[in-house]
Write a protein that binds this ligand. Structure first.
Ligand SMILES: [Zn+2]
Length: 258
């Protein structure tokens, strides 16, 4: 029996290496191990209620260029009349209204404070989602505040939402921001801030070829002239490439649809 132990250990190491490769989206070849291939398109989203004024100012630009986006909104039950109207008009324009937690608490802060995934789910998700429902919205997509997540909280929130969006960090158990696959319904997204630091990155990966079945997930916050805002001229450059190559805009809830 003893002579077989090293073989057993080698087998365990090999299997664990295979599993590591499988779960690292960056190493996963297109179509390999994927039950639900992605569709070609760009899923654009914007986060945080504080930016509702900026988004309202950009409504005409979105309409003029046939852009559909997903707006992830936090602090339901605390919006002003004006903000309530803006959310309504964005939805009327054809945009998706997604959920972004009750009060924008970061999941990792709960865990560092000796709370649990269950307490985050009860407080930030269920309570906030009830307020969203009371306001008349039944969102099916959720974006993590600060992108902070793990597989345990994913599993809890997927009981109520069909798609979860993170940010660029934390690759474990999640599809990448340029994804050939929708399995698992949890996705990273690339910040539009990259237009300031690596402006060519987005243009290098836009799925310009008809047969390129990949979804690019992009997200931003404010839009306008403040230093952290998305510059509309930059968004227009992306729009021009998308129009030229007929790349569709996707709402976040379309990801993960069978
Ligand atoms: Zn946020």
């Amino acid at each position: 029996m003893k002579t077989y132990m090293p073989i057993y250990i080698v087998a365990v190491v090999l299997v664990s290496q295979c599993l590591n490769s499988y779960w690292d989206p960056g190493l996963e070849p297109i179509g390999y191990g994927c039950d639900q291939p992605a569709v070609r398109g760009v899923a654009l989203s914007f986060d945080d209620s504080i930016n509702l004024g900026d988004w309202n100012d950009t409504r005409d630009f979105f309409l003029e260029h046939n852009i559909t986006a997903t707006f992830f909104i936090d602090r339901w039950g605390q919006h002003s009349e004006e903000q309530i109207n803006i959310i309504h008009e964005l939805n009327e324009d054809g945009h998706e209204i997604g959920f972004h937690s009750k009060s924008h608490k970061k999941f990792s802060d709960y865990i560092l404070g000796n709370e649990t995934a269950e307490s985050y789910y009860e407080d930030q998700i269920l309570q906030g989602y009830a307020l969203m429902n009371e306001a008349g919205y039944n969102g099916t997509s959720f974006a993590y505040p600060h992108g902070s997540r793990n597989a345990e909280i994913d599993a809890l929130i997927l009981q109520n939402f069909s798609v979860l969006r993170g940010t660029r960090g934390n690759i474990n158990g999640v599809q990448p921001w340029l994804t050939p696959c929708e399995d698992g319904s949890v996705f990273r997204a690339l910040s539009l801030d990259v237009l300031n630091s690596h402006p060519d990155l987005i243009f290098d990966v836009l799925p310009v070829h008809d047969k390129n079945q990949q979804t690019l997930l992009l997200y931003g916050h404010g839009i306008g002239s403040h230093s952290d805002d998305l510059d509309l001229k930059e968004l227009k450059r992306i729009v021009d490439v998308m129009d030229k190559h007929n790349i569709p805009w996707l709402s976040i809830s379309e990801l993960g649809e069978a």
